[in-house]
Design a protein around this ligand. Structure first.
Ligand code: SF4
Ligand code: SF4
Ligand code: FES
Length: 475
């Protein structure tokens, strides 16, 4: 098997560089077997970490083809590119993990030792499985753009916050370590070998306790009060989408399906045209669209920033609105709303993203539209809903030329754009560089927040997939 490994030895003055190795390993060898073969048969000076060889100690984490993995658990493949985690480097695949370890909180017990109840243990359990591999730290987009100490640091703060034996003020400590810097992109969940859901189980919970103590960011407090007052996260400036459209929009020709349309605050009040395009696109594809006018904000901006008190009220109003409309499928075109309705609600109806629904029932191919297009995966669609193929299928049906781009958070989510705009701009600048490398003339996405932010940081036109499809159809 041929693999490429990043090598670096500061003692010899050698700079980081890639070397290709041809090694002999058994079928279904792990990456760690490949590293062993390089050291044992080619270069005994090659340095990497490992210990348990069974996914338990976390010491063998490296990046394979750009993604953090445990070398002892990951099957090796011909052509793999193996690099160290994205942390300060000591030598070859060995990184300096001491600064991260120094930030991990320890239990601060007092002279009394209160009883730990089974309920406490159950609450702590999802947070205590960490094997300190630091894959999450290596791939978190917020760390290099702010003072954020990182996902597993927040995980440990909440783990101790839930422990009755701990006496420290974990909320103040978490704020000090950058609690409000997380964009809730869920990259840390994607790479965690123990499937620890740090954004939901730690960061949102810590933010919610911060809110109860009045410690939330001013911008988040203002947003929460706007939603409580108006049911919407966007200040009303012009005629809204819901005020412009009929309650029921019949399709062209045969009715192939009926859906309830959940519009979301951005498409209702700030960027209305893509929502109008989506309705037209659904109609053209034989879909009857029912639009309950009493729907409100899904609550995503509140949940992500910790203002959960008003959530049951919003959930009830939205569920009642669509139940009253008699639909069994509710369609969204906003990644954040879709992820919230799917993951934070218990709905008596099915929730689908517009791209997954169109691919599922089949869609009319539009005419090709000129230009080179790249696709930005919204985090709340890719990792919040597991949807990546469908938007690409739609885009390839309409774009004259489509160029791929690896997924990365744009920096707009989790209340970061409103609460810490400088950080959002820094994360966005990294994304803008990635866009530039593709040479695309246009960015296409399925999230109004990404759309808005990407346009700001790249200066390029950013189109919603529904708008682009309709351009093709109108042509
Ligand atoms: S959700 Fe994203 S920004 Fe937040 S801690 Fe995880 S990787 Fe970092
Ligand atoms: S939370 Fe997961 S990815 Fe992060 S250090 Fe712990 S085990 Fe590794
Ligand atoms: S060697 Fe312990 S997790 Fe891989």
């Amino acid at each position: 098997m041929k693999v490429t490994i990043s090598r670096y030895d500061p003692v010899t003055g050698e700079q980081p560089h890639f070397v290709e190795y041809d090694v002999s390993v058994n079928t279904a060898a792990r990456v760690l077997n490949v590293l062993d073969a390089v050291r044992d048969t080619i270069d005994p000076t090659f340095a990497y970490r490992h210990c348990c060889r069974g996914g338990q100690c976390g010491s063998c984490a490296v990046r394979v083809n750009g993604e953090p993995v445990l070398a002892c658990m990951q099957e090796a493949h011909e052509g793999d590119v193996i690099e160290p985690l994205d942390l300060p480097r000591i030598r070859d695949l060995i990184t300096d993990i001491a600064p991260v370890m120094a930030q991990i909180a320890w239990l601060n017990g007092g002279s009394e030792c209160p009883e730990v109840r089974q309920a406490d243990i159950d609450d702590i359990k999802p947070l205590r499985e960490c094997i300190e591999c630091y894959s999450c730290i290596s791939s978190c987009p917020a760390i290099s753009a702010s003072d954020f100490k990182g996902p597993t640091i927040m995980r440990q703060e909440q783990r101790l916050n839930l422990d009755p034996r701990d006496n420290a003020d974990r909320i103040l400590e978490a704020i000090d370590k950058g609690l409000f810097s997380c964009t809730t992109c869920r990259k840390c969940v994607e790479v965690c070998p123990k499937d620890i859901d740090t954004p939901r189980k730690a960061i949102e919970k810590l933010r919610s306790e911060a809110m109860k103590r009045g410690l939330s960011l001013p911008a988040h407090k203002a947003l929460a009060s706007l939603i409580e007052k108006t049911g919407r996260s966007i200040e009303r400036k012009e005629t809204t989408f819901l005020e412009q459209v009929a309650d029921v929009i019949e399709p062209e020709g045969e009715v192939r399906a009926t859906i309830g349309f959940f519009v979301g605050c951005m498409f209702n009040g700030r960027v209305i045209q893509p929502a109008l395009d989506a309705i037209e696109l659904l109609r053209l594809n034989g879909i009857r669209v029912i639009i309950p006018k009493d729907q409100v904000c899904c609550g995503s901006p509140l949940i992500r920033t910790g203002f959960v008190g008003f959530i049951p009220e919003l959930q009830k109003r939205n569920i009642d609105a669509f139940v009253k409309a008699g639909v069994d499928t509710v369609l969204t075109m906003c990644a954040g709303c879709g992820a919230t309705l799917k993951n934070d609600y218990d709905t008596p109806f099915r929730v689908v993203d517009i791209t997954e629904f169109l691919c599922e029932i089949g869609f009319k191919a539009p005419s090709k539209v000129a230009g080179t297009y790249t696709y930005h995966d919204p985090c709340h669609l890719l990792r919040g809903q597991g949807i990546s193929k469908q938007p690409r299928i739609l885009l390839e049906s309409v774009a004259e030329k489509f160029v791929e781009m690896p997924a990365r958070c744009c920096g707009a989510g989790g209340g970061v754009k409103s609460g810490q705009p400088e950080e959002a701009a820094k994360i966005g600048a990294v994304r803008a560089e990635m866009v530039k490398k593709t040479g695309a003339d246009y960015i296409v996405t399925v999230c109004p927040f990404c759309e808005f932010h990407l346009h700001q940081v790249t200066g390029l036109p950013v189109k919603n997939i529904a708008t682009l499809m309709m351009e093709g159809h109108r042509k």
